[in-house]
Design a protein around this ligand. Structure first.
Ligand SMILES: NC(=O)c1ccc[n+]([C@@H]2O[C@H](COP(=O)([O-])OP(=O)(O)OC[C@H]3O[C@@H](n4cnc5c(N)ncnc54)[C@H](OP(=O)(O)O)[C@@H]3O)[C@@H](O)[C@H]2O)c1
Length: 281
């Protein structure tokens, strides 16, 4: 009870500048709208789709909770990332909360896959994340204040066939974050917080068509509910958030059960075939 009370005490983010990649649409939009209600100093939305970014920016500004702006940036363009982050630093200030949410997922089998898809997946999902971290963490260290939010996926821990590049970028990001976190802690920079978010399928368009054998037992998560939990995790400096929470039990099973038992379990639930209906929007 006391533990629960301590966990639910929210940190003050009124002096924080929040950068949300992919903040114009999907889960990133919902996270941005919800975190805005906690009155951060400013929110910057980053994405490619200017109409979506403008509309989300306008919703946040109209809410009267905080100021908000956006930058258009293709995360596949490494030079553009540096340029845009420099512009944010000069015109708005140092970002102290990064919500790394933007990502792409391609449906492919290994035998149909190409190096181009692999390259693009890693450019957008992993290299861009690294580049943003490389740019933002030094100023967080100077300010002795920062929070890195890694919007990941259960597929980063439990990869499935049908999305080899998505799964590998998400696994790479978990390794990247854990290693940087460890380095910063060893250097005494434990004022920089890290939160890994590992959701199961969400009811939006990213994984449309994906179905398990028992959709009523394992229904997709509601986008707004996931966004609320993410913001709560940020405000309470939670290190890992697995959604739904029982998925953490599957992580445990994977680490202790014989491989054959996990294959049989996956086949029974239908997750071994669930990506077959996956079509990229
Ligand atoms: N949907 C799910 O079932 C699910 C499950 C687990 C985890 N997740 C994770 O949740 C996060 C959000 O995904 P979502 O569900 O909201 O999917 P989504 O609707 O497809 O959103 C993806 C976001 O990434 C941005 N983006 C994609 N490519 C980009 C690029 N080259 N440059 C800049 N921005 C780019 C898009 O913005 P623009 O269109 O403006 O470029 C969009 O806002 C992702 O990290 C995803 O891996 C999703």
């Amino acid at each position: 009870m006391l533990f629960h009370w301590f966990r639910s005490v929210h940190k003050d983010i009124t002096n924080d500048i929040v950068l949300v990649t992919g903040g114009g649409s999907g889960l990133g939009k919902q996270i941005s709208l919800i975190i805005a209600t906690h009155n951060p100093k400013h929110i910057v939305l980053l994405g490619r789709n200017e109409a979506a970014l403008t509309s989300t920016r306008d919703e946040i500004v109209e809410s009267g909770c905080t100021s908000c702006s956006y930058v258009t940036c293709d995360l596949a363009d490494s030079n553009a990332i540096t340029e845009k982050l420099d512009t944010i630093r000069m015109t708005i200030g140092d970002v102290t909360i990064l919500i790394n949410n933007a990502a792409v997922a391609y449906h492919t089998s290994f035998f149909d896959s190409s190096c181009d898809e692999l390259t693009r997946s890693f450019q957008i999902n992993t290299l861009a994340f690294y580049k943003i971290l490389r740019s933002l963490i030094p100023s967080m260290v100077k300010l002795e204040r920062g929070h890195i939010v890694n919007v990941n996926s259960v597929l980063g821990v439990l990869p499935l066939n049908g999305a080899p590049f998505y799964c590998s970028t998400k696994a790479a990001n978990l390794g990247l974050v854990e290693s940087i976190k460890d380095e910063l802690r060893s250097d005494g920079c434990d004022y920089i917080h890290f939160t890994n978010i590992l959701p199961y399928q969400i009811d939006n368009t990213m994984f449309s068509g994906v179905k398990t054998r028992f959709p009523s037992i394992f229904p997709p998560l509601k986008e707004v509910a996931v966004a609320k939990e993410i913001v709560e995790a940020i405000l309470t400096n939670r290190e890992n958030l697995v959604l739904p929470r029982y998925m953490a039990f599957l992580f445990f099973c994977k680490s202790v059960l014989p491989v054959g038992v996990m294959y049989a379990l996956n086949a029974f639930i239908g997750v071994d075939q669930c990506m077959m209906g996956f079509h990229v929007k």
